[in-house]
Design a protein. Sequence first.
Length: 195
Amino acid sequence: MTLDQFIDRYDKEDAVVLLEGKRKVREDDKEKLIALGKLLASRTEKMIFRSGNAEGADNYFFKGASEIDKSRLQVITPYAGHRKKANLAYETISLDEIDLPPDSPVVVQSKKNKKVANLIDLYLKEGRNRLTVKALYLLRDTLKVVGTDGIPPAKVGIFYVDLKSPESGGTGHTIKICKLNDVPVIDQRTWLGWL
């Protein structure tokens, strides 16, 4: 997909584009992530950019986009105050503000990650504590994709991944949720060609 094709397809009212990736960013890639954020924000008018406010790729993408149009940046955080000083978004939504019943799509899809299904159940029963904090991050990652009442789902995800293991870690969980919901995924093998 070319940049022009991407813009034509996704620069629509209320279209949410995920801009995120792994925390460890190669030194020579940092400026590329910033450049993509700037490019997308300057060449589009309507799409909303969403991330989880994580260190690394999320931050670099948003750093570039915020230089052009901060008003279209949205983050979904695992809890109120998460990395508050580093937050570049105009709108921040915390899981603390969201009602997540056990049968909600966010919970059901998050629990497909069998390694943390019990942690998610424990979080729903006991709330946030030192044992359940990992569940919050996976619920946040799922919410970024599927949305919920008042939060529209993502239309496409743009990621910076470890090309040797693109579906590992929290970024990998988000990519799996995208695929489960037929949300197209674009990584640096495509978007580097846009720069």
